[in-house]
Design a protein around this ligand. Structure first.
Ligand SMILES: *Cc1c(COP(=O)(O)O)cnc(C)c1O
Length: 355
C-alpha cells in the first residue's frame, strides 16, 4: 500500500496517498445521499468553500476536469468561443470536452509563462458578424501547470476582470492549484474568487486528497451546474467520505504548501548546472519545476528512464523538457537524495555523449 521508501515520485502532486489522520476522517465521515442533498459532510464542505471564497454557493464534483467542463457548458452555448492560453490544461489535457460536450470553439492565445495579459484580449475577440462565433468566456489558469506553476498577481486578475467586463465576457478561473497561488502570492481565496464568475479548485493535488474538486460561483450558476453534473454522471451518493478528506485538508494541508514551494526551489538550486541541466526558471513560483536537458545532450525520455532505475520518477513533458512536482509525500531528505540521483544518473550519460 505504501510507496516503497526508496521511490521518490516527482511526477505529479496527484500521486499523494491519504495520511493516517485523513484516513481516520474518511472512515468517520457522516454521510447521506448527496443527490438528495442529504450528505452532511458534503453540505458542510460546500458551505465552507462558499464562505472561504466569499461566493454564494459551491458544488463538490469528482474531478477538476468535470468542474471545468461544467463551467464551460453553463457559461456558453454551442457555437460560442472561449478565449484561453494555448497550453491551458482545458485545451491540452481534458479530451476536448469543451468541444464534444459544450460545443464551443477556442481562441488560443500565446504567452511565455501561461499567464494572459489584458493586451492579448482585444485582438482575439470576434466581431459581431454572422460569419463569426460569439466570444463568450475568458479562461484563466492559476497556477498555470504547463507555465511552470506561475500565478497571477491580484492586480493582474482585477485588470483581467475589468477587461472581460468591458467586452461582455464571462470569466472562469481553472484554479486546480489555486491554493498554491494563494500561499505563494499571499492573497486569499476570496480575493481571487471576487475576480471571476466561477472557479474550479482541486483537492486531489497539493491538498493531498484521494478524489474531488469544488466549483464556486453564485447561486444561479451553481444551480445550473448541479443539473449538468447530473447529466455528466457526476451525481454521487454517500460521497461524504471524500468530502471529509477535503474538509480535513482545508484545515491541515493548506499552509504547508509553502514547504512544497521551498522544496521545489531547493530542487531548482540543487539541479542547476548539474551536468548541464538547466531549470527553466531560477526562481520557482510554486511547486512545479521544468528542467531543460538539451545542454546535457540527453532527451527527457532518456533521462526519465534512467532516473526511474535510480528510484526517482519524473515526467518527460517535451523532447528536452522534464517536469518535477513537489507534494505532501516528498520530504526534505528525498529532495536531497533526488539531487544526488540526478548527478549520479547523468554522469555516465553525459560522459558518453553518444547515448
Ligand atoms: C489536474 C488539473 C485539472 C484537472 O483535474 P483532474 O482532477 O485531474 O480532472 C485541471 N486543470 C489543471 C490546471 C490541472 O492541473
Amino acid at each position: 500500500m505504501e510507496t516503497p521508501r526508496d521511490i521518490i515520485d516527482l511526477r505529479s502532486d496527484t500521486l499523494t496517498r491519504p495520511t493516517e489522520a485523513m484516513r481516520t476522517a474518511i472512515a468517520n465521515a457522516e454521510v447521506g445521499d448527496d443527490v438528495f442533498g442529504e450528505d452532511p459532510s458534503i453540505n458542510r464542505l460546500q458551505a465552507r468553500c462558499a464562505e472561504l471564497a466569499g461566493r454564494s454557493a459551491s458544488l463538490f464534483v469528482p474531478s477538476g476536469t468535470m468542474a471545468n467542463l461544467i463551467a464551460c457548458r453553463v457559461h456558453t452555448r454551442p457555437g460560442d468561443e472561449v478565449l484561453l492560453e494555448r497550453t491551458s490544461h482545458l485545451y491540452r489535457y481534458e479530451a476536448a470536452g469543451f468541444a464534444a460536450v459544450a460545443g464551443v470553439s477556442v481562441a488560443l492565445l500565446a504567452s511565455d509563462d501561461g499567464l494572459l495579459t489584458c493586451e492579448a484580449i482585444p485582438g482575439a475577440l470576434r466581431s459581431n458578424d454572422v460569419h463569426q462565433p460569439t466570444s463568450r468566456l475568458l479562461w484563466l489558469e492559476n497556477t498555470h501547470n504547463f507555465g511552470g506553476g506561475s500565478y497571477y498577481s491580484l492586480a493582474a486578475l482585477r485588470a483581467l476582470r475589468e477587461t472581460a467586463n468591458a467586452h461582455g465576457l464571462k470569466l472562469h478561473i481553472d484554479g486546480a492549484r489555486v491554493w498554491n497561488a494563494c500561499v505563494a502570492a499571499g492573497y486569499s481565496l476570496a480575493e481571487v474568487a471576487a475576480c471571476c464568475d466561477s472557479m474550479s479548485c482541486c483537492f486531489s493535488k497539493g491538498l493531498g486528497c484521494p478524489v474531488g474538486s469544488i466549483l464556486l460561483g453564485d447561486a444561479d450558476f451553481i444551480a445550473a451546474a448541479r443539473r449538468v453534473r447530473k447529466m455528466l454522471g457526476g451525481g454521487m451518493r454517500q460521497a461524504g467520505h471524500l468530502a471529509s478528506a477535503a474538509n480535513y485538508a482545508l484545515s491541515h494541508h493548506v499552509a504547508r504548501l509553502a514547504d512544497d514551494h521551498r522544496r521545489a526551489q531547493r530542487l531548482a538550486d540543487g539541479l542547476s548546472d548539474v551536468r548541464g541541466l538547466r531549470p527553466e526558471r531560477k526562481t520557482v513560483p510554486t511547486n512545479i519545476l521544468f528542467l531543460d536537458t538539451s545542454a546535457c545532450g540527453v532527451t527527457a525520455e532518456q533521462l526519465s528512464e534512467r532516473l526511474d532505475e535510480a528510484g526517482v520518477r519524473v515526467i518527460a513533458a517535451g523532447p528536452h523538457r522534464v517536469r518535477l512536482v513537489t507534494h505532501l509525500d516528498v520530504s526534505d531528505d528525498q529532495v536531497e537524495r533526488a539531487v544526488e540521483a540526478f548527478d549520479r544518473t547523468l554522469g555516465p550519460l553525459v560522459g558518453r555523449k553518444k547515448y
